[in-house]
Write a protein that binds this ligand. Structure first.
Ligand code: G4F
Length: 333
């Protein structure tokens, strides 16, 4: 029998790749989307004509809409990918961030319990931001948390409540602790896409600089396509559990700049980059590096797309989009 999946936050980068993966595997997919004044389903536009792909409107902060979605979708797997995911913005909207990330996840778990769908496998999108000021290098599933933003704090709650539902109600509730993951579909407020769009504009003579914040931050970057394969594997494992998904390599924002400018033949990128205090955060996470050996051993997961290929794909995609007259809505960043 075909499996059925419910994915919240369907407008986002990860959910679009996950929906493609599940449809390829023969699933019927229900995307749970927040209705907004501006159209926000561009990332799944190409899937809307698929008869196994359905959109249900609602919000993870609105319990009744989740219950309706569960009763309609009757999911075998529920991936909760809904969140206000921009760390920088979480200081400006700490309550909304907590509501969407922490309370939203509790609502999803409670909705499964109330509708007696406790046999549905549940995935929580945990984050390396939970580690914040890191207690060990590299971080493993045993490393303690020290979040450094309202977003990180809310993710810790989401992670812990998922584990508590697993242990209290014997639910198949698992978390992936995902390190930064990027792609051609990444929203332009994140540093990687801001850089690749900026580089594309400079290469085409549209702009002459990119304005950024902290260039010394170091992250463990993976392509989002690799990450969604990991999410799916986490829910196929024989037991519910928590897994780090990461590349195990670290690059600074400066490294990212250097690789992105190289794609368009520029070796000395410094004249094209300015720093502005307004992009600095009240508290920074300086260094994140994950150890995904548990996922590699138990799930046979490892990333297939290298950092260099990811950067190149992003820059080339932005150049093509700009040439085709797309991607113009991001000039103000
Ligand atoms: O791209 P970022 O905004 O990603 P961040 O904060 O690491 O969070 C991302 O990864 C997490 C997993 O680790 C996710 F949970 C989260 O939802 C999100 O996907 O910033 C990366 C680094 C930061 O240190 C930031 O201070 O880049 C630095 N940075 C420097 N200039 C900038 C900028 N970040 C942004 N967004 N914009 C800048 O101009």
């Amino acid at each position: 029998m075909t499996k059925r999946a419910l994915i919240s936050g369907i407008g986002g980068q990860d959910s679009s790749y996950l929906a493609e993966l599940l449809l390829d595997k023969g699933y019927t997919v229900y995307g749970f989307a927040r209705r907004t004044a501006h159209y926000n389903l561009q990332n799944v536009q190409h899937l809307l004509s698929n008869e196994r792909f359905h959109i249900l409107y609602g919000d993870v902060t609105d319990m009744s809409s989740i219950i309706n979605a569960i009763e309609t979708a009757e999911p075998d797997e529920f991936y909760n990918l809904a969140a206000m995911s921009f760390v920088g913005q979480s200081w400006n909207q700490p309550i909304q961030t907590t509501n969407s990330v922490a309370v939203g996840n509790l609502n999803c778990l409670e909705a499964l319990r109330i509708t007696r769908k406790t046999d549905c496998r549940f995935y929580f999108a945990g984050s390396s931001e939970q580690f914040g000021k890191v207690r060990a290098i590299p971080q493993t599933e045993e490393t303690s948390f020290y979040p450094r933003s309202p977003y990180g704090v809310a993710k810790v709650y989401g992670f812990e409540i998922t584990r508590n539902f697993r242990e209290s109600y014997n639910m198949f509730a698992s978390s992936g602790i995902l390190y930064n993951h990027e792609s051609e579909r990444r929203a332009p407020e994140f540093v990687t896409r801001k850089i690749t769009l900026g580089v594309a504009r400079i290469a085409l003579g549209i702009n002459d600089k990119i304005v950024l914040g902290n260039l010394d931050a170091k992250r463990d970057w993976t392509h989002a396509e690799d990450m969604v394969r990991g999410m799916w594997l986490i829910l196929q494992h024989q037991e519910p559990d928590d897994f780090i998904l990461a590349s195990g390599t670290v690059h600074s924002v400066k490294d990212f700049l250097s690789h992105a400018f190289k794609v368009v033949g520029i070796d000395d990128w410094a004249p094209y980059v300015e720093q502005d205090q307004k992009h600095m955060r009240p508290a920074e996470v300086d260094f994140l590096l994950g150890d995904a050996s548990k996922a590699q051993k138990l799930l046979n997961w490892k990333p297939e797309i290298s950092f260099e290929t990811m950067v190149q794909r992003m820059v080339e995609s932005d150049i093509a989009a700009l040439k085709a007259g797309r991607a113009d809505n991001v000039t103000r960043l």
